[in-house]
Design a binder for this molecule. Sequence first.
Ligand code: ADE
Ligand code: ZN
Length: 346
Amino acid sequence: MIDFDAIPRERLPALLQAMPKAELHIHIEGSLEPELIFALAQRNGVALPYPDVEALRAAYAFTDLQSFLDIYYAGASVLLKEEDFFDMAMAYFRRAAADNVVRAELFFDPQTHTDRGVPIGTVIGGLIRACDTARRELGVDGALILCFLRHLSEEAALATLEAALPYRDRFIGVGLDSSERGNPPEKFARVFARCSELGLHLVAHAGEEGPPAYIWSALDVLHVERIDHGVACLADPTLVARLAAERVPLTVCPLSNIKLCVYPAMDAHNLAALLDAGLCATVNSDDPAYFGGYINQNFLEAFAALPQLTARHAHRLAANSFEASFADSESKARWLRSLDKVFAEN
Ligand code: ADE
Ligand code: ZN
């Protein structure tokens, strides 16, 4: 038995760092640091509209999701070769390993690349090679989730799925991302139905900037297993009761929500309220190169700003991340044991 009440608040930063965890909401293109953007631009002869790393970083002042997405898609323009996707993902896996991430389910946006003429096999080939290398060399269990861009049509999503089918065994699921408002989940009902038939796991961004109605339709029309973000749910008590009863995980991204002005500051974030409502909330980094930190920075800043969060919440968040992951049950049980060990020894 872990005596959570005996753990002093001062121990929390070390525990948050040391505890094993799964990251379930990371857009791999959002891990592209400015330094790597410039290195790849040089390697590939791509011209950038910024003179240097500092000027690019200075442009990372976002007012909402769309203002971020415009710069995020521009940053991805330096990715051309399989090696570029490999290098990007390996840089992420090294940061994740340093944060004691033992499992990472990586979102990738094939349309961002295929629309520029990069073959989908190049994208998936580089990313899957990084997953294999990370497992072997870093002990991080990586997996891929293919995301459809919701500002584009369902026909485009269906064509992307078709193009990805030769690589069906290289990704474990599909997601839905990009501009949320005005692009409700039900726009993608047919493509998600097809993915379900293919035995893919299903997730979708909903309730980041959009209303609780988008979370309802992600559940009832797309039949997703997890909601990405989902922080808007607290405005709808019936929805909260459903999410809690069905233990639908929410992949919450605190720093993202502050940088994209979903909340004015971290002390206004609803992470503690989500947990106290009995929801299976998790903490994730979303686009760490753009939002000021990787997963542990998200934990540290949320716990520093929200005094209601305790050692019990920290353990709950890590345990939730394993429960919510699509890993096999043996791995989940092993990670839970190592989580308990870290807490018992501290
Ligand atoms: N693509 C990358 N990050 C995203 C986010 N936070 N919301 C929607 N689409 C995204
Ligand atoms: Zn996201």
